[in-house]
Design a protein around this ligand. Sequence first.
Ligand code: NAP
Length: 212
Amino acid sequence: MLLNMVASIDGAAAVEGLSAGLSGAADKAMFAALRTQADVILVGAGTANAELYGRARRSGTRIAVVSGSLSVDPELPLFVAGAEDATAPLPLIVTTGSADASSAARFEGRAELLRAGDGVVDLRAALAELGARGARVVLCEGGPTLNAGLLACDLVDEINLTHAPLAISAVAPRIADGLTTGAAESTPRAFALTQIVTHEGVLFVRWLRARD
Ligand SMILES: NC(=O)c1ccc[n+]([C@@H]2O[C@H](COP(=O)([O-])OP(=O)(O)OC[C@H]3O[C@@H](n4cnc5c(N)ncnc54)[C@H](OP(=O)(O)O)[C@@H]3O)[C@@H](O)[C@H]2O)c1
């Protein structure tokens, strides 16, 4: 599983609750290029809501939103398909077996629910299910809470990190921040530096998980 994030020099992953203040043309190009590799784009409910997620432009790429309590907004562009989306598979919501039935009903005809775990989403089981359904490349676009859970479960094979040439000096989440209740305990994970690219003052770094 690939992770793609942008952060400031001082480690902020959001400015006033959005990533837009960190992003620029070079980062957007990297974001789009990585998307072309993905069968599934995985994103947390907080990010989908804050960043007003829509459908992926590439047909065959499905968006999957992780949302244990189904706080993701059913009115997001992602779930309100235009005519051009009518034949595409519905987006996925990765939730739990205990998710509230009336909340789930709000996504009728808008999303397919994939249930993994109870109380919190079992991220290992969810990724295994996506793989069983044919997803070879899963690209996670955050946010920090989901990233922290994926790293804790050692599900991240590659981190693509854009360093924006900015220092934010404000309270902000790091790219992986805040374990969801029930996630495995946080353990430092080793990554090997694989690629460095600079473009227009922006630094891209690719890290591959170094497993023994
Ligand atoms: N710098 C970047 O590249 C970047 C990228 C993405 C996002 N962001 C920023 O990050 C901020 C959002 O961060 P966030 O940490 O709140 O967002 P997040 O990780 O996208 O979403 C958190 C939510 O995802 C669900 N979730 C995640 N893991 C789960 C698990 N194991 N089980 C059940 N539910 C799980 C929960 O939804 P429920 O509450 O529905 O249970 C949780 O409240 C925004 O400001 C956004 O702009 C920055």
